[in-house]
Write a protein that binds this ligand. Structure first.
Ligand SMILES: Nc1ncnc2c1ncn2[C@@H]1O[C@H](COP(=O)(O)OP(=O)(O)OP(=O)(O)O)[C@@H](O)[C@H]1O
Length: 364
C-alpha cells in the first residue's frame, strides 16, 4: 500500500479541513506537520496555538474522517501539540532590506478606527524621532491618504535596472503607499487574489523605503485571504488589534488574535477605541470644566477584561472625540493638530507602549 499512499496525497485530502474559528485550511495555516505513511497507517502532528483549544477533538475528528476516505488507509493517528507564537520559526518569510520592524494594525470589523489608530501611531513614532513608513493595505476603504493629507498624491514609478521601484508619498514625517493610489475613487474594485497578492508584494518589496525603524501596515479588516497573504509574506514584529467597547468581546477580535498567533506573529496588544465620550465646548462649572467629564456610553472596563481573558495587554483606550474625526478629515492627524487633547495623549502613549513592546520582543 505504501507505494500508493503518499504524503502529498494525505496533505491534499486534509487541505479542505478548516480551523473552525478561522475558517482557513489547516494545511495552509501550517498546522499539519510531520506526515508519515507506513503501509495503511497514517500519522501526523496537529499543531495548535494553545494546548487548551476547546475545539481540538472536533478538529482531530475532521482530520481523521478526511484521511480515512482514502482507499488503503487502515489507521489514522493524530498527535496533538501546541506551539506558542514565540516558538514558531519563520523560514519562508523574507524581510525587507533596511526595514527593522514591520507592524500590523488590524481589526475584526470595519469602521472601528483602525486607520485612525495606525496613522496617529505612525506620526507619534515619527515625532519621537523614529523613521516610519506605512502601507495602506485596506482594499475596502483606503483612507490613509486623506488622513495624512495626501489624498491628491500619486506614487511615482521609476524604472531601474532591478525593475520598477515605487517612490512613496511623504507627509507628517511618514512615508506611505496606499491601495487608494491605484484605484479610481468612484469605481468599485473587485480584487482578484493573484492581483491583490502582486500589489501587496510590490508594496512590501518594490518601494524605496530606505532605512525604516517601523513599517506600519494598515490591514484590511477581518481575517480573509489578503490578511493571510500579508502575514505570510514578511516576518512581522508584532500586531495590534483595534476594537471598540461594543466589539471587544466579540469573536472577531478573538479570530484576529488567533490568526496572528497561528502565523507566529506576536500580538502586542489590544487598543480600545471610542471608549468614552468627551463633550466639547461645554461651559465651566464651579467644580471644574465639564470637558473633564467622560461619558462611558458603551460601558467601561470591557477592553481590560477581554485583554486579560485573551492573555494580551490593553495598550490603551481612546475617547470618542469630535476633534479626532475632524483632524482625520482635514489630513492633520490629532497627535500633530492638537497634541494636548485627550485622544492625542492616549494615542501617543499607545505608540510609546508599542515601541517598548517591540524592543522587549526583539531582546527575547
Ligand atoms: N475615537 C474617535 N473619535 C471620533 N471619531 C473617530 C474615532 N475613531 C475613529 N473615528 C472616525 O470614525 C471613522 C472611521 O474610522 P477609521 O477610518 O479609522 O476606521 P477603520 O476601522 O479604519 O475603517 P475601515 O475599515 O472602513 O477602513 C472616521 O471618520 C474616523 O475619523
Amino acid at each position: 500500500m505504501s507505494d500508493i499512499l503518499e504524503v502529498s496525497t494525505i496533505l491534499e485530502v486534509l487541505r479542505p479541513v478548516q480551523d473552525p474559528e478561522l475558517r482557513k485550511s489547516l494545511v495552509e495555516l501550517n498546522m499539519i506537520r510531520n506526515v508519515k505513511v507506513d503501509a495503511g497507517n497514517v500519522s501526523f502532528t496537529l499543531v495548535l496555538t494553545t494546548p487548551a483549544c476547546p475545539l481540538r477533538e472536533f478538529i482531530v475528528e475532521d482530520c481523521q474522517k478526511a484521511v480515512k476516505k482514502l482507499p488503503g488507509v487502515t489507521d489514522v493517528k493524530v498527535d496533538v501539540t501546541a506551539e506558542t507564537p514565540q516558538q514558531k520559526s519563520l523560514p519562508d518569510r523574507t524581510g525587507i532590506a533596511g526595514v527593522k520592524n514591520i507592524l500590523a494594525v488590524s481589526s475584526g470589523k470595519g469602521g472601528v478606527g483602525k486607520s485612525t489608530v495606525a496613522v496617529n501611531v505612525a506620526v507619534a513614532l515619527a515625532q519621537a524621532g523614529a523613521k516610519v513608513g506605512m502601507i495602506d493595505a485596506d482594499i475596502y476603504g483606503p483612507n490613509v491618504p486623506t488622513m495624512l493629507g495626501l489624498s491628491e498624491a500619486r506614487v511615482v514609478v521609476r524604472q531601474t535596472p532591478q525593475g520598477e521601484i515605487l517612490e512613496p508619498a511623504f507627509n507628517h514625517g511618514v512615508k506611505m503607499v496606499s491601495m487608494g493610489f491605484l484605484i479610481d475613487k468612484d469605481q468599485p474594485v473587485i480584487w482578484r487574489g493573484p492581483m491583490l497578492n502582486g500589489i501587496i508584494r510590490q508594496f512590501l518589496y518594490q518601494v524605496e523605503w530606505g532605512e525604516l525603524d517601523y513599517l506600519i501596515v494598515d490591514m484590511p479588516p477581518g481575517t480573509g485571504d489578503a490578511q493571510l497573504t500579508l502575514v505570510q509574506a514578511v516576518p512581522m514584529a508584532g500586531a495590534v488589534i483595534v476594537t471598540t467597547p461594543q466589539n471587544v468581546a466579540l469573536l472577531d477580535s478573538r479570530k484576529g488574535l488567533k490568526m496572528f498567533q497561528q502565523m507566529g506573529v506576536p500580538v502586542l496588544g489590544i487598543v480600545e477605541n471610542m471608549s468614552y465620550f468627551i463633550p466639547p465646548d461645554l461651559p465651566d462649572t464651579p467644580n471644574g470644566t465639564l470637558r473633564d467629564r467622560q461619558y462611558d456610553i458603551f460601558g467601561s472596563g470591557g477592553g481590560e477584561k477581554t485583554a486579560a481573558e485573551l492573555g494580551v495587554s490593553l495598550l490603551g483606550c481612546i475617547p470618542l472625540e469630535i476633534a479626532l474625526r475632524e483632524s482625520g478629515d482635514r489630513g492633520i492627524p490629532i497627535v500633530a493638530a492638537d497634541p494636548d487633547s485627550a485622544s492625542a495623549k492616549a494615542l501617543t502613549q499607545i505608540a510609546q507602549q508599542i515601541a517598548a513592546k517591540v524592543s522587549i520582543a526583539a531582546l527575547a
